[in-house]
Structure formats: structure tokens, C-alpha cells
Write a protein that binds this ligand. Sequence first.
Ligand code: SF4
Length: 170
Amino acid sequence: MIAGDRCTRACGFCAVSTAKPFALEADEPVRVAEATRRLNLRHVVITAVARDDLADGGAEHFRQTIEAVRSANPGIIVEVLVPDFLDRDESIDAVLAAHPEIFNHNLETVRRLTPAVRSRATYERSLSVLAKVKARRGGRIYTKSGLMLGLGENGGGSRDGDGGFARGAV
Ligand code: SF4
């Protein structure tokens, strides 16, 4: 997890501290790259706290970290698990410029429960981020998302339910 251990959001399920973040550490991308090299990783997941205090949400820091990791580990598969960057096009493009193999952004929960579970994030904005990534790469990138189950979903499949994907799992 890059960009510090203080988050500008306060999702109810998350143990990360909500506080004013420290400044980004300019050498962090190189240090992460060195760690992945020493660990001989073939697949790495790079994630971060939400940095709404930064104009780009930390996207440039993601780009630099991906590029440093790839430079130190030829052939490594890079997956990013990013915040929503407030759906800013420039931020999404900055991350994509480093060509991660997998672009992951978690919806965390179903639409109805999002206001109670997530902080500042919206279901629609997260869908928009994923759709933009897919469109910008002409479909030639893996997009990925994660949802927690057991938070009170209604998987009945009716029009008022939370969607068939939850059926049978709750
Ligand atoms: S944005 Fe991410 S790191 Fe921050 S509180 Fe929510 S889940 Fe935790």
C-alpha cells in the first residue's frame, strides 16, 4: 500500500486511519520496486489510501510506482487497486499510462448499501471509473472489482433487490 497509512476517507469496514495524510515520499516508488525485486514477485498488487488532498488523487504516484516496479522486474504482472480518483479523467489516464495489466477498483458493496458502507464514494462513480478504463483500452485490459457479502444484501433477484450476483451467496 503506497501513499501513506492515513486516508482522507472513512469507510466503515476499514481499519486504515482517517487523518490528514503526510506528504508523498518521492523515493517510495523505487523502494517498492526494490522490495518486489527482493521478493522475486511475479505478480504484485499495488494499492493506496484515498488521497483526496492531492489534485490528482495520487495517480501520478501510482504511475511512478508501476513504472519503477516494472523496470526492476521485467515480466512482472502489475495489478493496481485504486481509489476512485473522484472519476477524474486525467488521473485515470495517468495510471493507464504505465500500462498495468489489471486495473482493479472495488465497488465494496451493492448500490443500496453503498452510502452506509463507503465514505464519499458512490456506486455510480465506481462503475464509471471501471467503464472508462475499459473504453480507453478498447477492452484490452483486465478490469476487476471486489464486493463484500454479508452486509445485508437482498439477493432475491426482484427489481427492488440488490442484483442476481448476490443470489445464493447470502
Ligand atoms: S478509501 Fe480505502 S483506505 Fe480509505 S477508508 Fe475507504 S477502504 Fe479504507
